[in-house]
Design a protein around this ligand. Structure first.
Ligand code: UD1
Length: 365
């Protein structure tokens, strides 16, 4: 039974690694389950893609669709055309997509139109914000998914409210956290750790790439100033996403505490996060990782599709007005940040649960 495992952009790679491992383990134990890894090429740099394959032991993709950069529609169209060609020449039995990137939606549509069932890992989460391309990707993908693998009760409830039958919802936990727990002992300091004299608890980590925060130069400059004013001279390590780099290149100056570095490989990035005083971000996945590592996290967004990181975890939504940063950082420095707990089933065994369920579902035919 051939399972296409689709990966396209950076946040996909840590989600597929444990699923591929678990499928390989079942196969070694006699199952007919077999994975075919399809990289769409949405992210293609060593820094955004290659490093993650190397560090996480992900095999070389069986197929690389090499779609590269483009507008939302260009990327969606290119992925659909090329994935359709692949399926027409060599069909699979199921298409497994993860997360909410453009590759997720494009491959789900293509497979379903060829009557190949779709399994969606991280199904059912919603921010309610239709201005985010990821939210459209979630809505479309879940509208045509056969088997929903979920990370939270919030996701289960959303799917039930949308009329998805209980037997199609599989609450399995979080594969991104499988990868985090499996690699925690391997986290390693980046080369600049000593150069910048970093010490555990003595710096912040910041990541920003959402259009709402980084596309407008004046707004972005205001945000950076607010960070600089709030961190009391502590260094802020800022690995810069390619999209953010474009706006940053045209900003005249930035606060001295902000240290920009290239996008970091997985083991270095999470070493930085696990030792940080706090994290300032507009990512979704990072709020899950900080929740598990117990690191204070400030999210510069108005909504989240991962509310458990706020209700149970260490994350707080500050909105996109930089004025909220100062008071939040004051609370952090005063030792008043919440500690949080780890959500159910974020236990390192989600990939195995997914492979076991796929095996069972595909055996039924
Ligand atoms: C995508 C995902 C987002 C995810 C993010 C993580 C969608 C809709 N968005 O957004 O959910 O959080 O990835 O990084 O799928 N670029 C490079 N090198 C690369 C890849 C991209 O330089 O390897 C450049 C592109 O040319 C483009 C910019 O980065 O200008 C943005 O890339 P793109 O894949 O379009 O979207 P992201 O903003 O990265």
């Amino acid at each position: 039974m051939l399972v296409d495992v689709i990966a396209g952009a950076r946040p996909n790679f840590m989600k597929i690694a444990p699923i591929l491992k678990a499928i390989a383990a079942r196969r070694a134990a006699g199952s007919t389950l077999r994975a075919r890894l399809v990289h769409t090429g949405q992210h293609y740099d060593e820094r955004m893609s290659g490093d993650f394959f190397t560090q996480l032991g992900i095999p070389t993709p069986d197929h690389n669709l090499e779609v590269g950069s483009g507008t939302q529609a260009e990327q969606t169209g290119a992925i659909m055309l090329r994935y359709e060609q692949l399926l027409q020449s060599a069909r699979s039995d199921v298409c497994l997509v993860v997360g909410d990137v453009t590759s997720t939606m494009a491959c789900a549509i293509t497979a379903q139109k060829l009557h190949i069932p779709v399994a969606h890992v991280e199904a059912g989460i919603r921010s309610g914000d239709w201005t985010m391309p990821e939210e459209i990707n979630r809505l479309v993908t879940d509208a045509i998914t056969n088997w929903f693998f979920t990370t939270s009760e919030f996701a289960n409830d959303t799917l039930r409210r949308n009329g998805v039958a209980e037997e199609r919802i599989h609450f399995v936990g979080n594969t991104m956290i499988d990868t985090l727990l499996a690699n925690r002992a391997r986290f390693q300091p980046p080369a600049f750790w000593a150069e910048h004299g970093l010490t555990p608890g003595g710096y912040f980590v910041m990541t920003l790439h959402r259009p709402a925060n980084v596309d407008d130069p004046a707004g972005f400059a205001r945000l950076l100033r607010a960070v600089g004013e709030g961190v009391r001279g502590m260094p802020v390590l800022f690995p810069v996403h390619p999209r953010t780099a474009k706006t940053l290149a045209n900003l005249p100056d930035r606060p001295a505490s902000i240290i920009t570095v290239d996008p970091q490989p997985y083991l270095e990035f999470n070493y930085l996060v696990s030792n940080a005083r706090g994290v300032i971000t507009d990512s979704g996945g990072i709020t899950e990782e900080t929740t598990v590592m117990g690191i204070p996290c400030m999210t510069l967004r108005d909504s989240t599709e991962r509310p458990e990181t706020v209700t149970q975890g260490t994350n707080e939504l500050l909105g996109t007005d930089p004025a909220a940063l100062g008071p939040a950082l004051d609370r952090l420095f005063a030792g008043q940040w919440k500690t949080g707990t780890v959500p159910a089933l974020w236990d390192g065994h989600t990939g195995e649960r997914i492979a076991e369920i796929l095996d069972r579902l595909l055996a039924k035919g």
